[in-house]
Design a binder for this molecule. Sequence first.
Ligand SMILES: CC(C)(COP(=O)(O)OP(=O)(O)OC[C@H]1O[C@@H](n2cnc3c(N)ncnc32)[C@H](O)[C@@H]1OP(=O)(O)O)[C@@H](O)C(=O)NCCC(=O)NCCS
Length: 178
Amino acid sequence: MTAILRAAPKISAETPPLSLRPERPEDAVAVEHLIDRAFGPGRFAKTAERLREGRKPLTDLSFVAWDNGVLVGCVRQWPVTVGDRPVVFLGPFAVDPAWRSRGLGAALIAKACAAATEAGHDAILLVGDAPYFGPLGFDPVPKGQVVLPGPVDARRILTHSLKPGAGEGLSGLVKAGW
Ligand SMILES: CC(C)(COP(=O)(O)OP(=O)(O)OC[C@H]1O[C@@H](n2cnc3c(N)ncnc32)[C@H](O)[C@@H]1OP(=O)(O)O)[C@@H](O)C(=O)NCCC(=O)NCCS
C-alpha cells in the first residue's frame, strides 16, 4: 500500500477529490483529532503551544484538506508579536499518513504563505525542521535573535519573509497576539 502511494504522481492543491480551503469553525474537531494523531499528547508540552493556548487560530490564514469527508491535512496560523512587530506564527501542521509524500504538505504551506502575503503581513515564523521547510522558503533565524517563551532548539526557529528582508529583521521576545 505504502509503495503504491509513494509511486503516485505528486499532487497539486487542486487535485480531485481533494478539497483544500480555509479552515471553518466546524472543521475544528477534525483538525484537533488529526493534530493529536500526528503529535500525540506531547503536543501540549511544546513551547510553541504557549503562544497558542487559550486563543483561536487565524482561520483566514489556516487551511484544511478534505478527501471525501476525511480531514487529511491541516495547517494553522496565529497572531504573535516579535519584539513589537506583528508576525504570523505557523503551526501545527500535519498530513494524514495515507496522504504523505504526495506534495500535500507543501501545497498547504504554499496556501498558508500566499494567504498571509495577500493579507499584507510581513513575515511568517515557525518552529520546525529546516530540511523540510528550507526548500519551501523558510530560513533559520540567527541564534539568539528571536526568543520564544520556553526552551526551543535555536536551529528550528525559521522565518519566511513576505516582504523583502522582513524575516531576517525579526528580533526580540515572541508573545501571543497582536
Ligand atoms: C511534515 C508533514 C506535514 C509533511 O506532509 P507531506 O504531505 O508528506 O509533505 P510533502 O509531500 O510536501 O513532503 C514529503 C517529503 O518531506 C519529507 N519530510 C517529512 N517530514 C520531514 C522532516 N521533518 N524533515 C525533513 N523532511 C521531511 C518526507 O520524507 C518526504 O520526502 P519524500 O518526498 O522524499 O518521500 C507530515 O510528514 C506530518 O504530518 N508529519 C507529522 C507531523 C509533523 O511533523 N509536522 C511538522 C511539524 S514541524
